[in-house]
Design a protein around this ligand. Structure first.
Ligand SMILES: Cc1cc2nc3c(=O)[nH]c(=O)nc-3n(C[C@H](O)[C@H](O)[C@H](O)COP(=O)(O)O)c2cc1C
Length: 361
């Protein structure tokens, strides 16, 4: 039977050749100073048959780095490296967005030149450790950003978007999920501010809203996506008023005419269990533009979500690591290779577990 997942879809002015996206995934194969490598160009080109390739979380400033080997979007050599990636994907007829990102409290001073990590409030990420060049360390108590520092955060995202545009990306995805800085501002668990950026759902949305505004000065609004994780527990997240916050956020994002809203609705990355998970159908009811689902989808459940009208696209993460030809496999009903060994997910600079997966045909 013809699969709706394989049908073309229009997001903004872009015609995508199918409804399958490569989910953004940090793979720590960049140079130590954040420059994307030829190996990364090969990896993304291998997966260019996706309707949309979303390149991994990319730091928008030298203070926005959380792992060794993650790429940046703030220096000339980053621009040169990313140009090779976008050229390689475009040469295969693909479409590629860059995920622009700031970790907020989810980094360590060892990784950011000894500076104390920043966040909406001085609340530490508990129950997990971070990898640093000095080994695993607990997260530190972050410093609450001063009101007068917030414009510089917005400016960092603008700088990231400008670099992405210069490097040939077709658009950008603003990372406001998984407990990183913009999610920390959205959620009451991590945002205890009493100024214009905290308290009400409106105030907690303010930073993301300002970032969307500035990024849409760089790219047309329909070339900008936003990622949210309303159900996630990753990075010690989960707030009792999640449904109110994320419903309001989706409603307000309608003002822009974005390329898409990317919702991590599935529970495959853990669920905060504070109430019923938010579903794509709930987001569909309040968000007018293209909707992308993610987390734990199989080709079958993804097809169902599209057929039910709950989503326009589905992003695949782990299945795309070990199946570079995921699109062809779905088209041919070819069984998927088993999940890649997680010990290779973040192994710096090696092709093993990165570009060495066999294709089925
Ligand atoms: C190795 C790895 C790295 C990831 N890095 C990112 C990232 O950079 N940005 C992001 O938003 N999500 C990241 N994620 C989450 C994925 O985008 C996706 O949400 C998750 O893998 C669930 O989808 P899946 O079940 O299809 O794998 C990462 C996941 C994995 C496995």
């Amino acid at each position: 039977m013809a699969k709706q997942l394989l049908e073309p879809v229009k997001i903004g002015d872009l015609q995508l050749r199918n409804r399958i996206a490569l989910a953004p995934m940090t793979r720590t194969r960049a140079e130590a100073d954040g420059a994307p490598t030829d190996l990364m160009a090969e990896y993304y080109a291998q997966r260019a048959a996706a309707g949309l390739v979303i390149a991994e979380a990319t730091g928008v400033d030298i203070s926005a780095i959380a792992w060794m080997g993650m790429p940046g979007a703030y220096r000339d050599d980053h621009l040169v490296g990313w140009q090779k990636v976008t050229d390689a994907v475009h040469a295969k007829g693909g479409t590629i967005f860059l995920q622009i990102w700031h970790p907020g409290r989810a980094t360590h001073s060892v990784l950011i030149n000894g500076q104390q990590p920043v966040a909406p409030s001085a609340i530490r990420l508990e129950n997990s450790e971070t990898h640093t060049p000095e080994g695993k360390k607990p997260y530190e108590v972050p410093r609450a950003l001063n009101l007068d520092e917030i414009p510089s955060i917005v400016a960092m995202f603008k700088q990231g978007a400008e670099l992405a545009k210069a490097a040939g990306f077709d658009g950008v995805e603003i990372h406001s999920a998984n407990g990183y800085l913009l999610d920390q501002f959205l959620q009451s668990k991590t945002n205890h501010r009493t100024d214009a950026y905290g308290g009400s759902v409106e105030n907690r949305l303010r930073l993301l809203d300002e970032v969307v505004q500035t990024v849409t000065d760089v790219f047309p609004t329909n070339r900008v996506g936003v990622r949210l994780s309303p159900n996630g527990v990753f990075d010690d997240m989960g707030s009792p008023d999640y449904r109110e916050q994320f419903t309001y956020t989706a409603q307000q994002l309608n003002r822009y005419g974005l390329a898409y809203l990317h919702v991590m609705d599935g529970l495959a990355f853990g669920f905060h269990e504070l109430g019923d998970p938010m579903t794509l159908a709930e987001f569909r009811a309040v968000f007018d533009g293209p909707l992308m689902g993610n987390c734990g989808y199989t080709p079958e459940t993804a097809e169902q979500a599209i057929a039910d009208g709950h989503a326009d696209l589905i992003a695949f993460g782990r299945p795309f690591i070990s199946n570079p030809d995921l699109v062809e496999r779905i088209a041919g009903d070819i069984p998927l290779s088993p999940e890649a060994d997680p010990s290779t997910w973040y192994s710096s600079s090696t092709a093993e577990g990165y570009t060495d997966f066999a294709t089925a045909t």
